[in-house]
Ligand binder design. Structure first.
Ligand code: B12
Length: 456
């Protein structure tokens, strides 16, 4: 059985790896979706995994094509479905978009694997091998035990910041309105056995890895057990947690002892009303600065997820947000424009205000709805303005070196610098906020000139 598994890429991201200055490598750290599917495939199957960020789609005599898709790449995924189906090759879609928008996906794919692939993909492959017609939807078993070892050799190591990504938990029990996770996992969270984690991590090729969990510490006893087991593994890792664990010194110490270098936290907004509207009241903006300081005290950097465009945001949100990000001493941000992803509670609530239905624009970089207190164009411009300002060379230079002064912080300093430069590269490559190299050079000359004019 000859299987082709594809991670499509849209627009600027297609074959971005071939570019020199910004090649997106820092943001390529997980092919877990397709590696998991590959691991569940029949033992005798010949499998190719293609990541469109790094390579072209091959032509060949495939018995089955599997495509993963987040919403932003769904149109590209559909074009690929149509292409392979026109050649008589059965195509299956899986992942977030197809699971939460199954009827739409079935207009292009022969079948959809809904939810996790466990149990579903094995059955689907058995149907193909037996020559049976495919069922339209195969439902995975969320409580199944995921394979411990993945065929990581199927992806090109040099194209990724690390091929050592994994997850210890799946799902999150919070109900944040804008997030796909809760609905995708049916409100459940499942944890893998600590023994399986240790076995997988020991076999990983790199010392550095990423936990792609949505909220690694949500089950505290489990997290403490996992961290204890990792203490002697000699690994370094990063992950995503929620900010409310900052008061838990025992947990933070255990994370650090287990090798955690830094965390991604969804701060989302500095406005309490917005948090209330999104069912994320466990975030307390008044505590953000102290919370970030706690992570720093434990030797962990903080990258924040920040969203603009909520209903309590007006045109002052951009300046305020940037000022607050500086003040709370955030090390890096992923700035998003609020996006009503189809399948989320937010999408249901906002349906009548959506002005752009092109899924390719649902990449958190486009204003696709009419905001309450400003125009969509103002939201777009303001979001771009924050990104460009936050990742200006001046701010990066001010932000990163403070880690060099922290004992043991040099490693983090290098990592944070790489992360900041990668985001800066994105600003340049995609001309975010009207980035113009000539203008930046002129500003640099202007500042240098000012310095030279300083009295001796
Ligand atoms: C890693 C990651 C990324 C990486 C991915 C690329 C890479 N190669 O490294 C990067 C950083 C680039 C990224 C970018 C974005 N991401 Co992202 N990302 C993730 C994250 C954290 C982990 C994905 C993962 O590896 N999961 C582990 C695997 C095992 O689980 P899985 O993907 O669900 O796969 C299982 C099933 O879904 C199924 N399956 C999946 N695909 C397929 C295919 C077939 C054929 C079959 C049979 C089954 C199947 O089987 C797998 C095993 O059970 C998820 C959150 C999460 N925890 O999943 C968000 C997530 C997928 N991202 C999300 C979003 C919104 C984005 C962005 C739009 C915004 C952003 N945050 O910047 C951009 C999109 C960029 C673009 N234009 O394409 C959303 C997707 C929601 C949606 N409806 O589309 C998620 C769910 C986060 C969230 N909280 O909402 N992301």
């Amino acid at each position: 059985m000859n299987i082709l598994l594809i991670a499509p890429a849209a627009g600027n991201w297609r074959k971005i790896a071939k570019r020199s200055f910004f090649n997106g490598k820092t943001f390529r750290f997980s092919m877990l979706s397709l590696l998991s599917v590959a691991a569940l495939s029949p033992k005798n199957a010949k499998i190719a995994i293609v990541d469109e960020q790094t390579e072209d789609i091959p032509e060949g005599d495939f018995d089955l094509v599997g495509i993963t898709a987040m919403t932003a790449v769904a149109p590209r995924a559909y074009a690929l479905c149509d292409h392979f189906r026109s050649r008589g090759i059965p195509v299956v879609m899986g992942g977030y978009h197809a699971s939460l928008n199954t009827d739409e996906a079935l207009e292009h794919a022969d079948a959809v694997v809904s939810g996790p692939a466990y149990g579903a993909w094995e059955q689907l492959c058995a149907d193909v091998q037996a020559g049976h017609p495919l069922t339209r939807v195969y439902y995975g078993n969320p409580a199944a035990t995921p394979p411990v070892h993945l065929p990581r050799h199927l992806i090109a190591k040099d194209q990724y910041v690390t091929v050592s990504a994994t997850f210890a938990t799946l799902g999150c029990t919070n109900h944040c309105q804008f997030c796909s996770i809760n609905r995708f996992h049916g409100g459940q969270r499942h944890s893998r056995s600590v023994a399986d984690m240790v076995s997988e991590l020991k076999a990983m090729p790199d010392d550095f890895f990423v936990f792609v969990d949505d909220n690694l510490t949500q089950d505290r006893p489990y997290a403490l057990e996992l961290f204890k087991a990792l203490e002697t593994a000699g690994k370094r890792w990063v992950t995503q947690v929620s900010i409310d664990i900052a008061d838990d010194d025992e947990l933070l110490s255990a994370m650090r002892a287990a090798g955690c270098m830094g965390v991604f936290v969804g701060l989302e907004t500095f406005n309490e009303e917005n948090l209330h509207l999104q069912d994320k009241e466990f975030n307390k903006p008044a505590h953000y600065r102290d919370a970030v300081a706690k992570f720093h005290d434990h030797g962990m950097y903080v990258e924040a997820g920040v969203i603009v465009g909520f209903d309590a945001d007006d045109a002052t949100v951009f300046r305020n947000t940037l000022r607050m990000l500086d003040w709370v001493r955030i090390d890096a941000i992923q700035l998003a424009i609020l996006t009503p992803l189809p399948g989320t509670a937010l999408h249901d609530a906002m349906a009548s205000r959506i002005i752009d239905h092109d899924w390719e624009h649902y990449d958190f970089r486009h204003a696709v709805f009419e905001p309450k207190h400003m125009s969509a164009a103002a939201l777009q411009a303001g979001a771009d303005w924050i990104i460009r300002r936050f990742y200006s060379p001046w701010r990066i230079l001010r932000r990163v070196p403070r880690w060099a002064a922290i004992p043991g912080g040099l490693r983090n300093c290098a990592y944070i610098l790489a992360l900041n430069l990668a985001y800066y590269g994105r600003v340049r490559r995609f001309h975010i906020g009207g980035y113009d190299p000539a203008e930046e050079a002129a500003t640099a000359r202007h500042r240098a000139g000012k310095k030279n004019l300083r009295p001796a």
